[in-house]
Design a protein around this ligand. Structure first.
Ligand SMILES: [Zn+2]
Length: 154
């Protein structure tokens, strides 16, 4: 109730609250990405993960939860202040980009990540969304041409 003692402790209380908020956000970002770097897919721990700004702060990106994502230190360093699109094109081959896209969509489809963030990360993602994305038991597909195209799922 507004005692002098509390007033004196206020900066510490605010600092503790800020740290708690930061911790919660870090955990939320880690869970949102399923404990993996969103870009390369390598597993990260709560301690080793870094918080990347999808749209870099230096390019006018906000410091909001929606603009933050769980990254490994290597990807965060490689991305630096580059626009996301440049980073993806310059640092990832086509197959890695596709896996990134699938990872983003998979997390949104599982309600771990908001679709707003998924589209921020990958605006073209719906064009190549693979519902069956799963590295281990992806169905084998074959395309046959015999007068007509047919696709077989096995
Ligand atoms: Zn990474």
């Amino acid at each position: 109730m507004g005692s002098r003692r509390e007033a004196r402790n206020l900066p510490k209380i605010l600092k503790d609250k800020a740290m708690k908020r930061e911790k919660n956000q870090r955990e939320k970002l880690w869970e949102e990405a399923g404990g993996h770097c969103i870009y390369c897919g390598h597993p990260v721990t709560l301690q080793s993960m870094e918080i990347d700004h999808i749209d870099p702060l230096c390019l006018g990106g906000e410091n909001s939860f929606e603009n933050k994502i769980c990254s490994c230190p290597a990807c965060n360093a490689a991305k630096g202040g580059s626009p996301l699109e440049d980073f993806l094109l310059e640092n990832m081959g086509k197959s890695k980009r596709k896996r990134f896209s699938n990872r983003v969509n998979h997390l949104a489809a599982q309600n771990k990540m908001s679709w707003a963030k998924a589209f921020r990360l990958d605006p073209y993602t719906y064009e190549h969304f693979d519902e069956d994305f799963d590295d281990d038991d992806a169905p084998v597909r074959s395309l046959h041409f015999n007068g007509e195209f047919s696709i077989e799922f096995r």
